[in-house]
Design a protein around this ligand. Structure first.
Ligand SMILES: N[C@@H](CCC(=O)N[C@@H](CS)C(=O)NCC(=O)O)C(=O)O
Length: 225
């Protein structure tokens, strides 16, 4: 049986796994869970409830193994399907690469999370809506600082850890969210902009970006106001 991936149409963490599966050339079935801007992931997909105590996507099923959490899934895919590799060789560079993936998911995504309100219906309480907007503006400045650090790191390199790796996948998805949520432009960060454009040329990354744009047209009218 082919690998199954339970994913949300606008789920950053699901899309990370989708890119990795495609970069590894693995056949898989996509099972889309319900999602709307009004209700989030409710009602939860029964298979997600049964397999993930955190009730989140992505969930990956490979035969008799069921996994959740995009990072755990990355590590499994690398062990089970090592070629092409998505982690560099060598303990120190590998650890550094893991740290960059964590930076994407937990450090850069922390302020990016504060822009998510831009895809949602306006808050019915005007004061709360204003607070969300102000938090969004503060987040933009924090994001800009982090993009600047990443830009410096990329100078003279095509990818973050030698060849294409999980760090590129994680950071690409977070930068894609910065862009779709109207965060800071990449124009001031030439290395990062060139890296992003290079990744977009790869079918796995380009397809995910196109699919998310289509999902936003359908699901996120607030983004197009
Ligand atoms: N650390 C997890 C995060 C997964 C996650 O936050 N999933 C989101 C969608 S992108 C979700 O299912 N959210 C619903 C919820 O938290 O209730 C991973 O890397 O997979």
């Amino acid at each position: 049986m082919a690998i199954q991936l339970y994913l949300g149409p606008l789920s950053l963490f699901s899309r990370k796994v989708e890119i990795a599966l495609q970069e590894k050339g693995l056949a898989f079935e996509r099972i889309r869970v319900p999602f709307s801007q009004e209700r989030g992931y409710e009602p939860r997909h029964p298979a997600v409830l049964a397999s993930n105590p955190k009730r989140q996507v992505p969930v990956l099923v490979d035969g008799d193994l069921t996994l959740f959490d995009s990072t755990v899934i990355f590590e499994y895919l690398e062990d089970a399907y090592p070629r092409p590799a998505l982690y560099p060789a060598g303990a120190k560079v590998r650890a550094d690469c893991r740290l960059l993936e964590l930076t994407a998911d937990e450090i850069l995504f922390a302020p990016v999370r504060n822009l998510l309100y831009r895809t949602e219906p306006a808050h019915p309480d005007a004061t709360r809506q204003l607070e969300r907007e102000q938090a969004g503006l503060r987040a933009e400045s924090a994001i800009r600082d982090q993009l600047s650090d990443l830009d410096k790191r990329l100078a003279g390199h095509d990818f973050f850890c030698g060849d294409l790796s999980v760090a590129d996948i994680g950071l690409f998805m977070t930068v894609l969210f910065v862009r779709r949520l109207g965060g800071p432009a990449l124009t001031d960060f030439q290395h990062l902009a060139a890296w992003y454009a290079r990744l977009l040329q790869r079918p796995a990354f380009g397809m995910v970006a196109t699919d998310i744009a289509a999902a936003d047209r359908k699901l996120s009218p607030a983004l197009h106001r």
